[in-house]
Design a protein around this ligand. Structure first.
Ligand SMILES: Cc1ncc(COP(=O)(O)O)c(C=O)c1O
Length: 336
């Protein structure tokens, strides 16, 4: 029986060449959805490489979403249409580690269908098309902010459209918040296990991050109080509803204590509200408890789709103008 054997270019790492050949073969229809890939040893012999190289090549293609490995059965083509650009959260990467850096909504075909309908609807409206090719207002068009405010309301978050600022996703909102509120060298505090994008943004902004102990109720605010007594951070970043990666949510008493500490030590609160939770499952948002010092970040990535991420952020009035300066023309609508 003949097997699929790709032509690998002579240069570059073999495993990567193999994973690229798999992606090309799937995109070109040479390998089709559901098709089983050759057993690793046979492909290794045919290509003149080690079995380890084929294992790594398959793992890389799987990580990119092209393949699925079924234990005891083999490796199969997932299908071009279904291939996501990012690995499924929780999926094992070729390093053997589980990637918890992004939390993504479970895949569903309705998302692509809904996007198709929205784009066709847009294509029939010359006014919208014209608006889409123009430069956008740095903090988003009011019409867009109104739509987002409506969404937020259905999720139990009532925020005035006029105060929303549009960014290119939650990550961009976090970076802008840090750039607006803190100076290089200043300290911020976050859960000891926190969203890796926060750490990356803090490093880029030359900030120091203090990790605060946590338990099943999220951040241990008394540990934060002890830190404040020694050296208060300028900002506390927290995802009160469903921390990434632990899933812990802050209970109401801790939210109130956190706000109390923020007021006592004059600390900004960066509230990450991007995780999807139904309104009934959310606690009281910090922006409601302490509107004067809370910057709230929301993203459509978890409620709509990761690729259609756009976010709105509500800065406290005290820093809104600095924010607009920091965001400049970079803030846009649905551009990632
Ligand atoms: C807690 C948290 N905040 C922010 C983000 C970034 O949001 P976006 O994808 O809109 O940039 C993520 C993404 O996974 C996240 O898990």
């Amino acid at each position: 029986m003949t097997i699929w054997v790709p032509q690998l270019p002579p240069q570059g790492p073999r495993y990567r060449a193999l994973s690229e050949a798999i992606a090309t073969a799937i995109e070109g229809g040479e390998l089709t959805a559901g098709e089983r890939l050759p057993p690793q040893r046979r492909l290794a012999d045919a290509l003149g490489v080690t079995v380890g190289t084929v294992t790594r090549g398959y793992a890389e293609a799987e990580r990119q979403g092209w393949l699925v490995a079924r234990v005891g059965s083999g490796t199969y083509v997932r299908g071009a249409a279904a291939a996501p650009a990012f690995p499924t959260p929780g999926a094992e990467c070729d390093t053997g580690l589980i990637d918890l850096s992004l939390s993504l909504p479970p895949p569903h075909p309705l998302r692509a269908e809904a996007l198709g309908r929205a784009l066709s609807g847009m294509a029939r409206q010359p006014r919208l098309l014209q608006a889409a090719v123009e430069y956008q207002a740095a903090d988003g068009l009011l019409e867009q902010r109104r739509v987002l405010a409506g969404w937020l309301a259905t999720l139990g978050m009532t925020l005035p459209a006029e105060e929303l600022l549009i960014t290119q996703g939650g990550q961009h909102g976090i970076s802008l918040a840090l750039a607006t509120l803190l100076r290089p060298g200043e300290r911020l505090a976050a859960d000891a296990l926190t969203y890796p994008g926060l750490i990356g943004a803090a490093q880029q902004a030359h900030l120091k991050v203090d990790g605060i102990a946590m338990d099943a109720q999220g951040m241990d605010v008394e540990a934060l109080a002890r830190l404040c007594a020694r050296q208060a951070p300028r900002l506390v970043y927290v995802t009160p509803d469903q921390n990434n990666p632990t899933g812990a949510s802050l209970n109401e008493a801790r939210r109130r204590r956190l706000v109390e500490l923020a007021r006592e030590y004059d600390i900004w609160l960066l509230e990450d509200g991007v995780q999807y939770l139904p309104a009934a499952a959310r606690g009281t948002p910090l922006y409601r408890l302490a509107p004067e010092r809370t910057l709230f970040v929301f993203s459509t990535a978890k409620v709509l789709a990761g690729g259609c991420g756009s976010a709105s952020c509500v800065p406290p009035n005290a820093c809104a103008s600095g924010w607009r300066r920091a965001s400049g023309r970079r803030a846009g609508w649905c551009r990632r």
